[in-house]
Design a binder for this molecule. Sequence first.
Ligand SMILES: [Zn+2]
Length: 376
Amino acid sequence: MLFKEVVGNQETKKTLLQQAEGGRVSHAQLFLGPEGSGKLAMAIAYSQYLLCDAPTATDACDQCPNCLKMKSLTHPDLHFSFPVVANKTSKIGSSIDRIKEWNALILKSTYFGLNQWQEELDEMGKNAAIAVEESKLILKRLSLKSYSGKYKIMIIWLPEKMNTQAANKLLKILEEPPEQTVFFLICNNSEGILPTILSRTQIVRFPALSVSEVSNFLANRFHIETAVAESAATLSQGNLNEAIQILQGAKSQNLFFDLFVKMMRAAYTANPIELMDISDEAASLDKENQKNFVKYGLHLFRESIILNYMKGELLNLSNDERKFLEKFARFINNQNITELLSEFNDAHYHLERNANSKILFSDLLIKLTKLIKKGI
Ligand SMILES: [Zn+2]
């Protein structure tokens, strides 16, 4: 992974490069920021830079033996530690037992969150953690001599998933680090980290990516219409992991769009069988896409209001969406918009907390049948 492949975060790249150039690489750095801001990608790119034999002022060479090993994730000085779901029967206890799946996921994309990681393993909703055995393993792996003669790098993904025992053990390692090691702690939420660990690390803050950074990346990577890329970027609020999921998981906006149109029609005609079918269809999406669909609904309601009252240029709509909204927008007005937004926001809130999605969507549809006729 090269710096130039990391989306956005130009200032952070500069700071890290300056550190490396001045030989002031802090031995424990906490990359802190919202999910999907590119912290893991940056840590891997920085690791490659630090291990590269011929780095330029701005990036690794991408050709030397160390770079080649980094690219295939086979560099002996690169170590990962991450949450796993412990399972005695299949002998899963630490990240070493899952390293194959982990590497395979990273080679596909460095932009993923805990949900996607667990989805990859078919372990959605199960408790993934970094247990104390992991900390012992970290120490063991770092006690080996550096292969390249440079740094030994340990990337700990989601240290907030460490239990207290594991965290205390890690603290000891950070207090007396093995020689020539660099730790990158990739953290979404510093509240889950022991203050003593925080005080031992240099914090590097990652802001959420901008909508345009995300949409440019999506448009180039997936060769899609700019409007679709912008729409996914807006929906994801700068969370690149989620934006990719929106595009891939739901076969882009089309699936959400079709479902939304059907949902609004069913709500308008209030045909009970149709209502039931639609709520089943929404409930059959996977958890992430149920949430994304609800967000998508919020997005189209807001765009409808913009179309009705502001007559502004709608930037975040595909052609199909625009055509639909030109007719549909009149149903969304100042008599129902507040309630619609609050019902959809509530639905999102409850889905995050694992509500029963069948009940939730059928409830939502019944409310929609009343709301959709207000004010027309
Ligand atoms: Zn190189």
